[in-house]
Design a protein around this ligand. Structure first.
Ligand SMILES: Cc1cc2nc3c(=O)[nH]c(=O)nc-3n(C[C@H](O)[C@H](O)[C@H](O)COP(=O)(O)OP(=O)(O)OC[C@H]3O[C@@H](n4cnc5c(N)ncnc54)[C@H](O)[C@@H]3O)c2cc1C
Length: 385
């Protein structure tokens, strides 16, 4: 039987998980081509290690050259156009016509959506941004630090609060915490609305550390000359502004027409299967308009669903599994303490997200989470299948 080609665009959390699943379950039936313009994968949470744990960008990057999964071919190319109706994709090096197309290109940022932010703001949502902010913090000796969430949705809803708690610990360690005021401004009513327990724990942790939390407040712009944040009700002075930039789909998705019918410019998908309206075309992870937060663990769960859907289609069997939007998020509280929220968005009548309080055991569990992914995605051998 001739193998079907599965073209996966984007080798991030979702793309890597899908490639691994197809390699495990369908290596004899599909040829997987995995495309990404980068030469390696970096976990989202590793950006916090660049910022606060003295890790270099090279240390946290896992090179795609390590990917040795049977049936999976990695190509480092930049995707320049996608035609979902014909399943044709062009890159800077080649053209593809595929049987099955999976778009896993993640989310890009739009810092210019907030006037003044590109000129006078820092971010830690890219590896380069985290490295620049780390250098800026080295020079910081006191003053007001404002962290602003500039738009919703954004990747990993706990990440801004993790950064604040780690920032507090960092300034304490340097003996300059008393010289700094730390504020966070968010348009959301609480840190993690789906999990009141997690929100309460984060709000308490911030209050205990003297971090001023201002929910329900939209930031309109920054004044780079006077170092002022303009919110919808007032102005807030700052010495250092850190922003979570507005997120959007990568430009190549925008140009493909795939966002038609999706809310706020994300790709419309069937939430049960992650299929788009085009035959044989799926979208998973941050770029898809599925009713879950933007986080790697939900991209991973979406990849599992799509792998099962592809298998059912190939074998002509009914598809019984349904995307559950389930995932475990680890939350840094500083001083080596990590909490955990186990969310399930779609399998029950309403989302559930119980919280487990911070401990060093959970810090070990988080490290193990990263190790298992690295092993499963990059090098798990046939003998282990
Ligand atoms: C600070 C921070 C902390 C985080 N912590 C966590 C956490 O603890 N747990 C968690 O689950 N999630 C966390 N996240 C979120 C997580 O990183 C993302 O949600 C996740 O990576 C999304 O997976 P994805 O597959 O959709 O996209 P990505 O992992 O972003 O992968 C998309 C890939 O597409 C590639 N790409 C894009 N455009 C092109 C193109 N034109 N051509 C070729 N390649 C292209 C990119 O290079 C990228 O590799 C965190 C994020 C941040 C910023």
């Amino acid at each position: 039987m001739k193998k079907k080609t599965v073209l996966i665009l984007g080798a991030g959390f979702g793309g890597l998980e899908l490639a691994a699943r197809l390699s495990d379950d369908l290596a004899d039936e599909v040829h997987v081509i995995l495309i990404d313009h980068n030469d390696g994968f970096t976990f989202g949470f590793s950006k916090l290690d660049v910022l606060f744990a003295n890790h270099t960008p090279e240390e946290v990057r896992i090179p795609y050259a390590e990917l040795t999964r049977p049936g999976v071919e990695f190509r480092q190319e930049h995707i320049t156009s996608i035609d979902p109706a014909t399943r044709r994709v062009a890159t800077d090096q080649s053209d593809y016509q595929t049987d099955i197309l999976v778009i896993a290109l993640g989310a890009d940022y739009e810092p210019e959506a907030t006037p003044g932010f590109s000129e006078d703001g820092h971010d830690f949502y890219t590896v380069d941004g985290a490295a620049r902010l780390r250098d800026r913090l080295t020079e910081f000796t006191g003053g007001t630090i404002v962290l602003g969430i500039l738009s919703v949705p954004f990747k990993c809803p706990p990440a801004p609060y993790e950064a604040l708690l780690l920032l507090h610990a960092h300034l304490v360690e340097r003996g300059i915490r008393d010289a700094a005021t730390i504020k966070v401004i968010s348009p959301m009513p609480s840190p993690i609305p789906v999990s009141p327990e997690t929100s309460e724990s984060l709000i308490t942790a911030m209050a205990e550390r003297g971090i001023i939390y201002r929910p329900d407040t939209k930031i309109r712009s920054l004044d780079p000359n006077q170092h002022l944040v303009h919110t919808d009700t007032d102005t807030v002075p700052y010495d250092l502004f850190i922003g979570i930039p507005k997120h959007r789909v990568p430009g190549v998705i925008d140009a493909s027409g795939l966002t038609a019918g999706g809310s706020d410019g994300w790709i419309a998908v069937d939430p049960a299967t992650l299929a788009t309206k085009h035959a044989g075309v799926y979208a998973i992870g941050d770029c898809a308009d599925a009713p879950v937060p933007r986080a790697g663990v939900y991209a991973e769960d979406a990849a599992r669903t799509v792998a099962a859907h592809i298998a059912a289609q190939l074998h002509g069997t009914p598809f019984t599994a349904k995307y559950s939007g389930r995932g475990v998020c680890y939350i840094e509280f500083g001083d080596g303490q990590v909490g955990k929220v186990e969310a399930d968005f779609l399998s029950g009548p309403k989302p559930t997200a119980p919280f487990i309080g911070p401990s060093t055991d959970l810090a070990d569990e988080k490290a193990e989470f990263a190790n298992t992914r690295r092993h499963r995605w990059f090098s798990r051998s046939e003998a282990e299948r």
